[in-house]
Design a protein around this ligand. Structure first.
Ligand code: ZN
Length: 215
């Protein structure tokens, strides 16, 4: 039964990635996939995202947000707890657009998902620390990165309390746990409970939300 629902979910997901954004409204209830019922095989790992954000991105593009500056921001100064947090959470959308590339803005500030196997770090094995592209908070160590086969950089553990999570119901029948930067609330990706030891967690993160500082 689990295999069956997984198939439905896969079709659901693939259809979305293929650009059928309205499919969600014609799906039978059988497509519901409790995340706990998902198989643990490597092939079953997906980020599950990408779809519901498509239309929003198109809207944003239509509204002309695209020509933001070409400079990729790497903001200085690591976080100083609540002060840093206030500093970043008070930034306007316009300011974020100036600081980030279009893709970085789409992912981190609009909860977008980059396409699998297209991001800068999905296959990176360079030792170092992955920082938040928005506020420079260190988020993941390369030693916790593993090959999930999903096409997104994946980690089994974040650094300290530097990321936070919350329930994401943006895909109908598919509750997920969103992962955000605890300092600036950048959307990073999602976390699933089908990861490897020692935590059993899989942080499925967008490259566009990260900046690797090699060590
Ligand atoms: Zn951040």
């Amino acid at each position: 039964m689990a295999a069956q629902t997984y198939t439905a979910a896969t079709v659901f997901y693939s259809a979305f990635r293929a650009g059928a954004p309205d499919l969600s409204f014609s799906l039978p209830a059988a497509a519901a996939v409790p995340s706990s019922a998902r198989p643990r095989s490597r092939g079953a790992w997906t980020c599950g995202g990408g779809c519901s954000h498509r239309r929003r991105a198109a809207v944003v593009r239509a509204m002309g947000s695209a020509p933001s500056s070409s400079s990729s921001s790497s903001s200085p100064s690591p976080p100083g707890q609540s002060q840093a947090k206030a500093k970043y959470t008070s930034l306007s959308e316009e300011e974020w657009k100036k600081r980030l590339t279009e893709q970085q803005y789409y992912v981190t500030r609009q909860k977008g998902t980059e396409r699998a196997f297209t991001g800068e770090y999905w296959n990176t094995k360079t030792p170092g620390i992955y920082h938040c592209v928005c506020c420079d908070t260190p988020l993941f160590e390369s030693s916790t990165k593993f090959d999930s086969g999903t096409g997104w950089p994946s980690y089994y553990k974040p650094i300290g309390d530097n990321v936070k999570s919350k329930l994401d119901m943006s895909i109908i029948f598919m509750p997920r746990t969103e992962v955000l930067c605890a300092t600036c609330e950048a959307h990073l990706g999602h976390v699933f409970d089908d990861g490897p030891p020692p935590t059993g967690q899989r942080y499925c993160i967008n490259s566009a939300s990260l900046k690797l500082r090699p060590q």
